[in-house]
Design a protein around this ligand. Sequence first.
Ligand code: CS2
Length: 490
Amino acid sequence: MTTDTALKPLGDAILAEIDAAQCTPPSYDRSALPTRVLHIGPGAFFRAHQMDYYNRLNADEQKWGVTAVALRSKGTSEKLNAQDGLYTLIKLDRETSCEIIAALKGVKFCDDSSAFQPFKTEDLQLVTLTVTEKGYCLNGDGELDEAHSDILHDLKQFDAPVSAIGWLTKGLALRRESGLGKLVVLSCDNLPGNGEKLEAAVLRFADLIDAPLSSWIRTNVDFPSSMVDSITPATDDALIQRIQTDCGYSDAWPIQREAFTSWVIENTGVSVIKELADAGVLLTRDVSRHEKAKLWLLNGAHSTLAYLGLAYGHQSVAETMENAELRSLVRAMMRDEIMPALSPPDGMDLEDYIEDLLERFANPAIVHKLSQIAWDGSKKLPIRLLNTIETNRAAGRSIEKLGFGVAAWMRFIVRMSRAEAHITDPLADQLLALGKIAKDESDDVDAFLALDEVFHDTLRNDEEFVAAVKRAYTDIIKTEQKSLRGGSGI
Ligand code: CS2
């Protein structure tokens, strides 16, 4: 990326010079923020979503300082630390707004032992995670995968953990050694029952390390569940360039999202969570209905749009929504096949929710790449589409349209494999090998259905499900051929 060297780089030194008409600078003094929140996984979603809430809370009381820990790459820490943890959040919608997020104190890489320091302080109240579905190292039953290479590594080298579960458990062990107690650990990933799953995984891991640690965690750590939502395209060169042009400084790691945001947290009565309500977080005893409606409708539709859109040669969600055939297929899938499987939270009208989602998907102000949503399909499909399919099959409801998302994922793998392209997925090698043996016949589907990590026996042995996916698979091949004739790419 070309950064304009004539422009000053974002950092504390230039905060006072920022033109508020172009970008809203922080309204608070950030110099003495305590680390009240420790976040694991400072990816795009965390920077666009949760950080915006803390930034707003700091306007009233400067106590929401956040330190983040990266487990996978050093890129984010290098870029953000060089600008004192400051970055620009641009909200792209009917109206555009731009602000500086100032609540991030710094980003450490997990191999830096000082990253554990906050666990040893009373200031720390909340540990949050956005590590994506695969970051929890769970098996197909949603339990800790004890054969996962990162978990095996961390069980052997507990002092230098590389997985989120190992790293978090190490931090909790240090908190216990420091004689400090009570902490809230909050998963902010699109996983059903994310709090329960995280708690079970941490307790299991702690059990394998040291049984008393596990019982200390049971008594001292709260793991509420949460639902998070805001459409956040990854940072790209176009965004970096736009901030330079619009704001008059250079920011190496800005973030973009839609204006809409939602955060629903299970109210277990702890005060740090209750305080988040002041920034618009919804507290409820029953997160699962919110989470299910969002995961099945928004994320289920997103994955379907991504794999089908790519088969048609589209690049972004908004562009796919302009394809009348796909838009009406996805709308019908949401209304006829997903909505009947849900019981909405009080006050939510699912028909309105679906229309709002379709409008959000069509937001012309953002370019949300289908290839970004297509990542990690083997982890996303079971919780976004297959759960709904199983529910519908058990209730005797249609799954015809849902089958398209599943078949389109299989075709995506085949095309990527033939193009010798890289895919981001924990099963990448296995999937690409399946893509290689595909013959463009409906029987290709059987090889995918044999993947135990993705499909349960219930579905694999369900003739109607298999037939629906095969019909969709054959249909999509015809579409690909037409797209190719029309000159579209993967
Ligand atoms: C998307 C989500 O990339 C994806 O898989 O479906 O990141 C989606 O944009 C968010 O969950 C919206 O809240």
